[in-house]
Design a binder for this molecule. Structure first.
Ligand code: PLP
Length: 434
């Protein structure tokens, strides 16, 4: 590290020199992990560019329409590009999909009818989806409220319990749900190889069952996606990986044509489907973000490994571990106390370019049962492909670190968060000796 860099960190950001040296020394331990990440990014970048060439993307595609949004060529090309990249028959990619939860809710409610059963085969799904289903909270209009039946098959030794899943399939079982990413749990993201094995076994047993994947945070972390290995339909958020930090908002659903059609009908109206829906001038940022996404995901992955090794060396349990196969951009750190989770998030917030002076506090976020603390100083509000960290205020007090549009920004976040814990006596001083 340059002398100038140490100076700016210590004098202007107020980071202790011990902390700077500590993080630098841990960075050396993970260099060999970066090579594979770069290779995956290279492949995915070429894949993305080719998809844009294949649809003959041209500058007038960035124009937009008004009103109903009929004949928006750019919007149609965005969806074609997504279906090429994710190797699916069709796609729905819209800025009007408000979030990942919205995309998943549209998919589930578009595909399931009263008395249909769906089974989450990776244990309890992400917090907001528990409210969508109706197993938490007391919202109206949940899936249970509409007469859909639901059950869960827990993971077995952190893997999909394939026998348990097959046994769970009954006459009314219509859809199996896989959450690829960690979510607010203590298990690692499910590697594509394991998703593939599970889908194959399921399809061998019952061919017409729908396998859906919540792909949030998983995009471009591997050279294949769940839809390459047999998933019928998949959903995610544009303010996570595939938006590359540039998309202002949106969600996507990709999959088999008849399934995407049902979801599109749910999203607008039966008979209208994908034909309507204004893009509000978002096509350019959605596509430029997608163009950057493989590279940005690589930056975030490197940042996650750095923050992982730093906190592991400070004595905390981390998920995934340094040598685990990564299938999302999340680094979970078991900080064990609420004070540490809050101080960690304050440190990440302090490292942000936007809203760095704001102090994050635990609050009752819509869709979450426990209070959640969030460091989110993004150029796009709530964007978690940008440097961010969050954690629910519950045992065993994990913090989840993700994103970072540049590796350097992740490193700054690592240093300021450690410094925050250190200055507040939440880690012991001798842990920092190298
Ligand atoms: C982020 C996320 C979602 C959706 O969350 P939104 O904030 O609504 O975009 C769903 N599932 C998982 C696993 C997630 O990480």
């Amino acid at each position: 590290m340059l002398e100038e860099t140490i100076n700016i960190l210590c004098k202007q950001y107020g980071v202790s020199e011990e902390v700077v040296k500590f993080v630098n020394s841990k960075e050396k331990l993970i260099q060999d992990k970066f090579k594979n990440i770069d290779q995956v990014a290279e492949y995915n970048h070429y894949k993305v560019i080719k998809s844009m060439q294949d649809v003959k993307l041209t500058s007038t595609d960035f124009n937009w329409t008004t009103g109903y949004g009929y004949g928006d060529i750019g919007r149609d090309k965005v969806e074609e590009i997504y279906s090429i990249i994710f190797n699916t028959e069709d796609a729905l990619v819209r800025p009007l999909i408000a979030s990942g939860t919205h995309a998943i809710n549209l998919t589930l409610s578009g595909l399931l009818r009263p008395n249909d059963e769906f089974v989450s085969i990776t244990g309890s799904p992400y917090d907001t989806l528990q409210e969508v289903i109706g197993i938490k909270g007391n919202q109206k209009g949940t899936l249970l409220d509409y007469g859909v039946k639901y059950k869960e098959v827990p993971l077995k030794e952190n893997k999909i319990d394939i026998n348990g899943v097959i046994e769970s399939i009954g006459q009314d079982t219509k859809l199996l749900f896989i959450q690829r990413s960690t979510g607010y749990s203590d298990r690692r993201a499910i590697p594509i190889k394991e998703i593939e094995k599970a889908i194959k076994a399921i399809k061998d047993y019952k061919k017409d069952i729908i396998v859906m994947v919540d792909n949030c945070y998983g995009e471009f972390t591997d050279v294949v996606e769940p839809t390459d290995v047999g998933a019928d339909i998949m959903a995610g958020s544009l303010i996570k990986n595939p938006g590359g930090g540039l998309a202002y908002a949106g969600g996507y659903v990709v999959g088999k044509k008849d399934l995407v059609e049902q979801v599109a009908n749910r999203s607008t109206a039966p008979g209208i489907g994908k034909a309507c829906g204004l893009t509000f001038g978002m096509t350019r940022s959605i596509l430029q973000g997608l163009f950057l996404a493989p590279h940005i995901v690589a930056q975030a992955l490197k940042g996650a490994i750095l923050i992982g090794v730093v906190y592991k060396e400070l004595g905390f349990d981390i998920v995934p571990d340094i040598d685990d196969v990564r299938s999302d951009i999340i680094q979970g750190i078991k900080l064990q106390t609420p004070e540490r989770v809050v101080e960690f998030c304050k440190g990440i917030q302090k490292a942000s370019a936007v809203d760095s002076y704001i102090t994050p506090m635990p609050w009752n976020m819509p869709g979450y049962k426990d209070k959640v603390v969030m460091a989110a100083g993004g150029f796009v509000e709530g964007s978690s492909i940008e440097l961010s960290a969050d954690g629910p205020m519950r045992e065993p007090y994990y913090v989840y670190f993700q994103g970072g549009l540049t590796y350097e920004h992740c490193k700054l976040g690592a240093m300021i968060s450690v410094n925050n814990l250190y200055k507040n006596n939440l880690i012991s001083k001798n842990k920092l000796t190298i």
